[in-house]
Write a protein that binds this ligand. Structure first.
Ligand code: UD1
Ligand code: UDP
Length: 440
């Protein structure tokens, strides 16, 4: 079997690293293809070093540009490589332009796609990421899904449960493995050593790069006016290159950088960043990955967005959406700082993203599909199966597996009276309403 992984940005390298390492460990043939969307050393190369994975086999070097240009160049480069390499499956991760380009190319070439971190939805179609992840899900064969909630999103859109694998999120694998290494090593980044982070208290780690925040002057101004008033905190801000450019364009960079309690530093390596996060009192972010890392590391998070495709972090109690609203930022940040019961409740939120074995579960599922011949994509030769869609209220003790065997059907949706549930094989259906497809 040959597995190809496509990645292009910082979070994709971080979240694919545990899977790349697991594939290597099992001696499976693999190639890694970098689109070159992120190209600065501190946004790309340093992560291969910190996460101890080999340099990519290919780099398409698309660089920065408009969405259309970037995606088009990626498609061209990815197609050329995949036609040569002929992998059995291609893995894409998350919701960047690499995911969109990789998924479209593979769908046209009839190569199986595994979407890692599938099923997330913000329901905000103005976000480029929302379009990318939805298109990738339409094109995919295997779905590696962090939580039951995201799996339910896919069921609601009509995807068959057969190909949905709830694995947890590989961000937890990476966090657990590397935090220990980071703690033993200590800070290496000069800017953090100079600041003497270890002697600081009340650390607020800030990151922001989302287009809908940093490209909109009014939002940036609101956020900065809140930061100005958080002078009880030591704000450490490893700045994303996109944000640096827009702050400079808006003439706001110096204004923020001149505040005594705000320390803007260049983007920092993964180990240094994990260590910084773990020592923080609070995280203020619009990053997807950081919302997940915060709840994994038991650090309260305030998210600078009005919606999130990670709602589990909010319902679990570890994350609060504050948008770019100055009052909401200040009120919640001050409460975390001054109300220890409130802060403890946020810290004790249960991590919804699994136990750190997402990479093992993902590669297990791929190997099984390969062995069973399920990665081959071919036009159907059989006359279409006929089935009817039915609905039923279940009032006996019966598991999903037992019901499906008895009815020769596949359960689609399960409602427990309050919300949709994911039909795991062993779920007892008593008292639930279901829809299912029954083969004739
Ligand atoms: C991209 C992803 C976003 C992800 C983020 C992770 C898409 C649509 N967006 O956003 O989902 O959350 O990566 O960080 O795929 N730049 C540099 N050096 C670099 C890379 C970028 O200076 O190495 C600057 C360029 O000015 C560029 C800008 O940052 O125009 C934005 O980069 P781009 O890759 O287009 O999007 P991100 O904001 O990084
Ligand atoms: N990160 C890092 N150094 C930094 C900022 C972030 O290593 O200076 C890591 C962070 O640990 C997380 C990931 O980058 O795993 C998040 O990436 P980003 O916020 O760029 O993208 P998103 O997750 O929003 O797509």
């Amino acid at each position: 079997m040959k597995i190809a992984t496509i990645l292009g940005t910082r979070p994709e390298i971080i979240k694919m690293a545990p899977i790349i390492a697991e594939i290597n460990k099992r001696g499976i043939n693999q190639i890694v293809l970098h689109t070159g969307q992120h190209y600065d050393k501190e946004m790309s190369d340093n992560f291969f070093r910190d996460l101890e994975i080999p340099a990519p086999d290919y780099n398409i070097q698309v660089g920065s540009g408009t969405h259309g240009r970037q995606t088009g160049l990626m498609m061209k480069g990815i197609e050329e490589i995949l036609v040569e390499e002929k992998p059995d499956i291609v893995l894409v991760q998350g919701d960047t332009n690499a995911v969109l380009a990789g998924a479209l190319v593979c769908a046209k070439l009839h190569i199986a796609i595994g979407h890692v971190e599938a099923g997330l939805r913000s329901f905000d179609v103005t976000m480029p990421e929302e379009i990318n992840r939805r298109v990738a899900d339409v094109c995919s064969l295997m779905y590696f899904i962090p939580t039951e909630e995201s799996a339910v999103n896919l069921l609601a859109e009509g995807f068959s449960r057969k190909n949905l694998f709830i694995t947890g999120n590989t961000v937890v694998d990476a966090c657990f493995r590397h935090l220990e290494i980071a703690e033993k090593r200590g800070f290496e980044e000069e800017s953090l050593k100079t600041l003497d982070i270890d002697s600081m208290d009340n650390i607020l780690t800030l990151t922001m790069h989302r287009a809908e925040n940093v490209d909109v002057e009014e939002r940036v101004r609101n956020i900065i006016s809140a930061l100005k008033e958080l002078s009880d905190m030591n704000i450490i801000f490893p700045i994303h290159p996109r944000t640096k450019h827009t702050l400079e364009n808006f003439g706001l960079f110096d204004e923020l950088n001149n505040l005594d309690h705000v320390h803007i530093v260049r983007p920092i390596g993964y180990l240094d960043f994990l260590l910084l996060t773990s020592k923080s009192t609070l995280i203020l972010t619009d990053s997807g990955g950081l919302q997940e890392e915060a709840i994994t590391l038991d650090i309260p998070a305030l998210t600078l967005r009005y919606n999130t495709e990670r709602p589990e972090t909010v319902t679990a109690g570890g994350n609060i959406l504050v948008g770019a609203n100055k009052d909401a930022i200040l009120e919640n940040a001050n409460r975390i700082l001054n109300d220890s019961e409130f802060a403890d409740r946020m810290k004790n939120a249960v991590n919804p993203y699994g136990q750190g074995d997402a990479a093992v579960k993902t590669v297990d599922a791929i190997e099984k599909y390969y062995r069973e011949g399920n990665l081959n994509i071919a036009a159907p030769e059989d006359i279409m199966d006929s089935f009817s869609r039915k609905m039923a209220k279940i009032d006996i003790d019966i598991t999903v597996r037992e019901f499906e065997e008895a009815e020769n059907g596949l359960i689609h949706m399960v409602f427990d009276g309050e919300k949709m549930r994911f039909p795991t094989d062993e779920l007892n259906l008593k008292g639930m309403m279901i829809t299912y497809d029954k083969r004739e």
